[in-house]
Design a protein around this ligand. Structure first.
Ligand SMILES: [Ca+2]
Length: 160
């Protein structure tokens, strides 16, 4: 009985962990668990304070980093596409394909890693946000088969 209780507990922990950690992309989900890269819109919540707790009043823009590697963007050995995004709202969002550099990077990727940071008017950058791993749908359908003519209309031309 004890091992059953332990198993149930572990299952609950696993499911809760999966729900907590699964990619949270605001839009763009297709019918599978992967995302259509053309539809991915990533969103984040704005900071309201500086690192010392004082109110943030000099936010300039955000910097979004898109990479095919989970490494920290500042130290990545893989190419990183950076996008500067102005936004004054409590919640900001960006459609990935709106940036040509990001679009080129996403084109042949099966998984991408996203992080964002805030930059103030003095160009001080915040730490990077949490990292979001997004699996892209790169699996196409099989080819149709047996292409054929279903309706046949024959035309007879009679010469008088
Ligand atoms: Ca500042």
């Amino acid at each position: 009985m004890k091992s059953l209780t332990t198993s149930v507990f572990l299952a609950v922990v696993f499911v809760a962990g999966y729900i907590a950690l699964r990619p949270n992309v605001s839009e763009g989900a297709d019918t599978t668990s992967k995302y259509n890269p053309a539809l991915i819109k990533v969103a984040w919540d704005a900071p309201t304070t500086n690192t010392d707790g004082t109110p943030l009043t000099d936010l300039l823009h955000y910097q979004l980093a898109v990479s095919k590697s989970p490494e920290n963007p500042d130290a990545s050995t893989e190419p990183v596409a950076y996008v500067t995004i102005p936004c004054d709202e409590p919640t900001c969002a960006f459609q990935l394909w709106d940036d040509p550099g990001v679009k080129a990077m996403i084109d042949d990727a099966s998984i991408i890693y996203l992080q964002v940071r805030a930059v103030d008017w003095a160009l001080n950058a915040s730490d990077w946000s949490n990292q979001l791993a997004v699996e892209l749908d790169t699996l196409g359908p099989s080819a149709p088969v047996n292409i054929r003519i279903e309706l046949s209309v024959s035309v007879t031309v009679t010469t008088p």
